[in-house]
Ligand binder design. Sequence first.
Ligand code: HEM
Length: 463
Amino acid sequence: MKPTQQNHSVAEQLSLIRRIGYSIFPGMARQREKPRGYRHFFNTLILHFRPRAVPERTLRFTLTWGLGGMAVVLVFMLLGTGLLLKFAYEPFPGRAYDSILRLQNEVLFGQLIRNIHHWSANLLLVVVFLHFLRVFFTGAFHPPRQFNWIFGLGLFLTVLLSNFTGYLLPWDQLAYWAITICTGMLEYMPFVGAEVQHWIRSGREIGPATLSNFYAIHTAILPACIIILMAFHFWRVRKAGGLVMPRGPDEDAPSRGETVPTIPNLILREVVVALVLIAIIMAWSVFFNAPLEAKANPGLSPNPTKAPWYFMGFQEMLLHFHPLFALFVIPFLIMFALVSIPYIRYPERTAGVWFVSLKGRRMALVGAVAGTIATPIGILIDEYMIDFVAWVPGVPSAISNGVIPLAIILAGAWGFYSMTKRRYAATKEETVQMIFVFFVTAFVILTVTGIWFRGTAMKLAWP
Ligand code: HEM
């Protein structure tokens, strides 16, 4: 028998079986006739990743401010534009800068794509920071969400590293000297500083090997880490039964309450947030170009030489503390404190209440005001009045300019903690939150000072 004849007969047989099936189960025939367009395809696709229904309460915009979703959109915009940039960029010191110029001047929409990548990366840092604050202030770090808090911190670090490794790639003066400053700081790491610095720079100085390693880390390793961590992050949100349930300060913990279908209730909101965000970035990128200074010149350092803006808080600290403390001890203490937040024993859990309680709100404000007043005063006193090294002569500067000022600050923070806890008859959670606000405000002010109030030779100056 010829193959076509055989196919024909198989088709006929199948059609006969189908017709018999339809006569026994008429519902099957009706289902087959239903039109299944792109809408059905997308709905099924979405429901592979999202639950069928979500509690109506968690749809309130003021619970999340759409920040986690915005971070996801920005990550995908970065992956998309990053892939396009790879077609034009050449990761070699002799060619990198010129390839960026060519991209901007000769490639269709090249400048726009670079702008979108640049602004999305910077905005991602801001959005992730705000998302981190909203998670903290709604108490969404309490069990069962404690691991997601840790995954989130991992994501935060990965996003920071992605920004940092990308900073070098244009190979202009800004990039070269900012990365020189940051990797130079590694020297102060105890015992292994020189080795770690040599390893990260892939040599004694920043050069071709540094650029090619940063390129590989930026375009392959870190994107893979972000995608894996994001997958874990969303899985933990599902495992926790969805988002934290919002409630008022005097409300008892609510049950899951009424649920509504994810499509269209949640998806529509997410699409609106995504479209508005994309429109803003596109408009911004049309009008504002990503910076590009002169080609890197290892023999000519700008004055002042500043780290990328998101590390300026640490560079500012470097002006006040021994490098070992500014760059290792204090960041380690910050990380330790952040990881510990969900594991402190709180007598009562207030997950879902913004700022813990009404008193918590007032105390958070006290923390913010105290941080805003104390930090500039501390900077001015250290700049013009106190020289710990001269005041405590004969001891290593790591003690006079590290242990002593840090001990003073921690003792002050402890005094502030005990005093306000007693004065407001506050719970542990309210007081921990106040101290958190105090230090976050202090760090923001250090960053702002470093970016705008430091001039030539890093002296204090008006912007
Ligand atoms: C690239 C970085 C990040 C992305 C893409 C991301 C994305 C998201 C999304 C989409 C959600 C659910 C909706 C929402 O809250 O808006 C979420 C929830 C959550 N995120 Fe993130 N996040 C990131 C970083 C962080 C950071 C830095 C932390 C904190 C250290 C964190 C902790 C959490 C927690 C605990 C939840 C559950 C909140 C709840 O149940 O209400 N995330 N994240």
